[in-house]
Structures are given as C-alpha cells and as structure tokens.
Design a protein around this ligand. Sequence first.
Ligand code: PMP
Length: 433
Amino acid sequence: MSNTPIREPNLFDRARAHIPGGVNSPVRAFNGVGGDPVFFTRAEGACLYDTDGRSYIDYVGSWGPMIAGHAHPHVVAAVQHAAAQGLSFGAPCPAEVTMAERLCQLVPAMDMVRMVNSGTEATMSAIRLARAATGRDAIIKFEGCYHGHADSFLVKAGSGALTLGVPNSPGVPGPLADLTLTLPFNDLAAVADCLEAHGTKVAAIIVEPVAGNMNCIPPVEGYLEGLRSLCDTHGCLLIFDEVMTGFRVALGGAQGLYGITPDLSTFGKVIGGGMPVGAFGGKREYMEQIAPSGPVYQAGTLSGNPVAMAAGLANLDLITAEGFYEHLEESTRTLVEGIAREANRHGVPFRTTQVGAMFGLFFTDAGRVINFEQSGACDIEAFRRFFHLMLDRGVYLAPSAYEAGFVSSAHTEEHLEATITAAGESFRELSRA
Ligand code: PMP
C-alpha cells in the first residue's frame, strides 16, 4: 500500500459537479469579483476559518444574521438545549409564542406576526396579503432593491440577480412581471407620478428602507415619510422589507430609526441568529386575514420550529442588552472612517455610507450615491481588485460591489485596526497600478 496521503479533490470542482454553479446561493460563487469562492469549515466571533485553516475577519456575517458574532456561546447553548428536546414538532411550541411577543414588543407597528423560514417567504407572503387586503394586483418596487427570489420581485432586482446581470429572471411569467412597477429609489416624484397614473391598481409599495442590495444606500431626507403619505393618499399598503435592516440599523429596525409606521413589515436574518428564519407582520386588521384566522393562505412545515426559535430568541437577548447598538454603531463608524481615510491618503476616489451596523463602500469620485444607476456607475473593477487584495490580507468582504457590509459586536478594536491597515495596503497597491 502506498503511503501517499489521499488529497481532498478541489471542493469547488466537486461542488460544481452536483450543485448549479457550485453554490447554493449565487453571490457566494464570486462571480461578482472573479476567482473561486473560499470554503469555510468554522466561524467564531468576528472570524471565519477556511478549509486550509486560514482565518479572515468577516464583514459578511452570513449576510446579516451574525450581529453578535459567530457561534456566540449564548446562542449555541440555546440551540443545543432546544435540539436535545426535539428538532421539530410540526405543532405549536412555547418558543414561537415568546418570539411573536418579543417581536411585537420591539417593533411597535407590528400587532401580529407570522414566522416563516426565509426572507423570501416573508416578502412573498406580505405581498399576497397586501393584494388580498386591497383587492389590487400591482406592486411598486425600486430598482436595485432585492426582496428575495419570488417571481414578483425578480424585476430590476438587486443583490445576486444584479451581480449576475439577471435582474429580470427568465422563468418569471410576463403577465406577472407586468404587475411589478419599478421606479428609481429615492425619487418621490417618480412614485407620485406613477400613483397618479396607476394608483387604483397598486396594492403596495415594498421598499428596503435602507437599500442594502445595491451597495448600502440610505434614504434621502423625507423619502420614507413621503412614501408613507403617498400610500395613504392612494390607499396602498406600505411594506418595509426589513429582512436586512431589521435589528441591524437599530433595535426597532429602520422604522424605529426613522419613525415611520409601515402597514406590513418583513424580517429575517438577525431574528434567526443564523438559523433559517423569516417573519412578516403588521397591523392586526391585515394579519387577521392570514389563514387560519382568515382566507389568505400561507403555511410552512418547519415554520416556528423550536430550534430556530431558540437561536433567534437567544440572539434577541444579546441585542437587547444595554448599549449594544451604541457600541456597534461606534465600531462601524471607526471602520468606515478608517477605510475612507486610507483611501484618501492614497488618492483613491472613494466614498462610504453607514446606517447603524450596516455600511457601503463606493469607488467613485461623484457626489452622494442615492440610487441604482449611480451605484452601477461606480468603478466596479476597482472594487473587484480591492476585494481580492483584502481577501489576501485576511479580510472577508461581501464578494460583490452591490452588497452592504456588516459589523458585529464581536469585532474588537484590534479587528477594526487590522482591517484599516489592510485597506491602507490595498489602496496603496490599487493606486500604483
Ligand atoms: N429582502 C431583503 C432586503 C434581503 O436582503 C434578502 C436577502 N438578502 C431577502 C429579502 C431574501 O431573504 P432570503 O435570502 O432569506 O430569502
């Protein structure tokens, strides 16, 4: 017998043989930045560890859920405890009741909530409810906003759809896509004009209150208030898609931060602590129309399952601790200001945005970026090179110029300093090329 060690064949080759594109969600494939994706075996605190044992300071945080850092002992213990009691009952359990109570307490606009298994399920169900409640079929969404992969949303969509250049996906029936009216983000006049023309057909406006799927773009002054009042005027529902912003930009989500009351809201990510969880909720008069209290059908075999609820509740314990968001916001500010300072030092045209613990990096010398068109006009090639220079230095950014970044409470001053130093070196290389 030979003593030659059996080498693990390239994981990505194995993955591509049986998984489309080698990944179970498109942006992970690095199409947005080039090269092969990194495969991870472990994550702890602010760091990810790849199959070769290399560590990376992580600013993706599983695309948002890991706001308290990876494998937080409190969350892991809660999951272990719950798992030992049974993985899923397919019947009511106490934890889902506690979750509903806590969410409704933390989000004042939410009287009732239904748990689901992903952000996509949450948004898909929310628009079904809005259509049923208004008896109208059209919805308004904004270019570059991403609301999951349900048919109605894959029209000028953001995130992976944008990164791969398929914002309008094949397979979405034309007559359904026609019901999705898309308008530029941060342009109230466009919404007013559209509602003037089609208002009686529009069931809802769905919006990411801080756009995080075309880089990170905050709402301009008065934009969200304007959407609220236009919805009131035209009898449409306002849906805040807070799958990303919920419990990320502030404890009460973007609606708490900006003081707006949507009719329906969707959540995911943070409320699952890393487990597959989503939720939609809102005013009682609408939510009571959901089956079985009403006729609008929505269901899920694993919805509200006890292990996922345990992870989510444990995460909520952590984020409701005194000073949690103040600290997180401060860390995020230190990071983006540090990176911007380094870009400036090396003469690289660059801007950042920040709302709470969510941030955006833009390679541009233009002014403020407020919509998809402007985000797409940034130097995407410079981002790609920056991404790889940072990756080589052990910093894992989202592998696309069209994604927001996330900071967790596990990011220490040392992590932030190391990241800023890596950014300085990366900008220096960029500026020399
Ligand atoms: N809405 C928003 C704002 C999102 O950012 C995402 C996912 N990034 C979704 C919906 C879809 O969530 P999921 O991937 O869990 O289906």
